[in-house]
Design a protein around this ligand. Structure first.
Ligand SMILES: [Zn+2]
Length: 393
């Protein structure tokens, strides 16, 4: 494929540098080879010219927490995970198309049954279906009576060691552990922790021994603090995190992966489980606490990334919520790109538009630094140097 030269109205490269007006980005072999001002960046002979002079160009979005097969609006998320693989794969196909065209070029999958995420990843990589690049957890580590349990469950240190090892043998990228209860299941409470310290530690050890890491679903209470103490790299949700928890996470360099849409967006839990009083009560409580505590937590400078948690195509909502809670727009853009890549440990490959990185980028209509709602208007998505959906969208 010939190199391409993309003329950008504004280039936000994700490094934290000031955006460049009238820029050129040169892509070759699926990678960025040059980026800078149009006045000084050389366009190679024979390059395909892509005119985005009326667009704001930035790195593709990193959705750091989602599930490919779940549609929250259908309700009973655990029930969806218990279905046979075919209906799950069909939902995943529609979900991932939506995610991709809304700007998500990388997604960290935070648990599926039947190793579904590995098969779907293969289908995307083979060009069978469109979708983001996937980082896969495969089966989550959850206790028999824990949140997030669909089929698989792992009790005791030995089962966890075996489960994690088997996940990695099959091709998982990281470990997901359910350290506390969650909103979208009845019968678990948000602060309760089923796993023991030893079980959490076993998951972390098994991951680290092979150069990977563990991520913990934790809203608050001892499950959250124990997970941080035992070395997980990311805390998912953290809706009820206390000031002490945030301070400890900051001290240990643990990422907080914020998932606002599932809790706050009308297409989140509310749409599917609006008639389940146990779930709705937890949801309303969590909403109040998030609105009250997150402006303070986010202002501490804790490292953050963003995840839609199955509210597919809604990274824009995640970013809008950050801004509403007091985060500068520039940091919201970084949380959705470079910081997400760092949290998912793929920042050597993606997250910024700098020479050597994969050419994953999006073109936005408007200036999201001035009005973050511009992120709803994605006009072009490129993954690995290929414009997505050019022939079929
Ligand atoms: Zn999740």
């Amino acid at each position: 494929m010939a190199p391409s030269a993309i003329r950008c109205g504004t280039l936000f490269d994700g490094t934290g540098a000031a955006p460049v007006r009238d820029a050129v980005l040169v892509v070759d072999g699926g990678r960025v080879v040059a980026a800078g001002s149009a006045a000084t960046t050389r366009i190679p002979a024979g390059a395909e010219l892509i005119d985005l002079r009326d667009r704001f160009v930035m790195p593709g979005l990193v959705d750091a927490h989602s599930h490919i097969s779940i549609v929250p609006g259908l309700g009973d998320q655990m029930g969806q995970l218990r279905q046979p693989p075919v209906p799950q794969a069909l939902r995943a196909t529609a979900n991932l198309r939506r995610d991709l065209y809304a700007g998500t070029t990388t997604m960290r999958v935070m648990a599926e049954e039947n190793f579904l995420d590995l098969d779907v990843r293969e289908a995307i990589d083979a060009g069978v279906i469109p979708g983001p690049r996937l980082l896969c957890a495969t089966r989550a580590m959850t206790a028999s009576n824990g949140h997030g349990r669909a089929h698989a469950s792992f009790d005791g240190v030995d089962e966890i060691r075996r489960g994690v090892r088997e996940n990695f043998q099959r091709g998982a990228d990281h470990v997901k552990i359910f350290a506390t209860g969650g909103v979208a299941s009845s019968g678990t409470t948000l602060r309760a922790c089923v796993y023991t310290r030893e079980e959490i530690r076993a998951a972390v050890e098994e991951a680290e021994r092979v150069g990977k890491y563990a991520a913990a679903h934790a809203h608050g209470g001892p499950g959250l603090s124990m997970s941080v103490e035992e070395g997980v790299a990311t805390i998912e949700h953290g809706a009820l995190a206390a000031d002490d928890d945030i301070a400890l996470m900051k001290e240990r360099g643990v990422w907080l992966v914020c998932t606002f849409a599932i809790l706050l967006h009308p297409h989140g839990i509310e749409q599917g489980d609006g008639r389940n009083p146990a779930i709705m009560e937890k949801m309303r409580w969590a909403r109040r606490v998030v609105d009250e505590n997150f402006p303070r937590h986010l202002a501490t400078g804790i490292r953050i990334a963003l995840g839609t948690d199955s509210v597919h195509g809604q990274m824009a909502f995640e970013m809008e919520t950050l801004v509403r809670l007091g985060v500068p727009a520039k940091d919201a853009l970084l949380a959705a790109t470079r910081w997400g890549a760092e949290a998912c440990r793929v920042d050597a490959e993606i997250g910024t538009l700098t020479p050597g990185k994969c050419a994953d980028l999006i073109a936005v209509d408007g200036d999201p630094l001035k009005d973050i709602t511009a992120m709803r208007s994605i006009r072009l998505v490129m993954k690995n140097g290929v414009i997505q959906g050019r022939d079929e969208q």
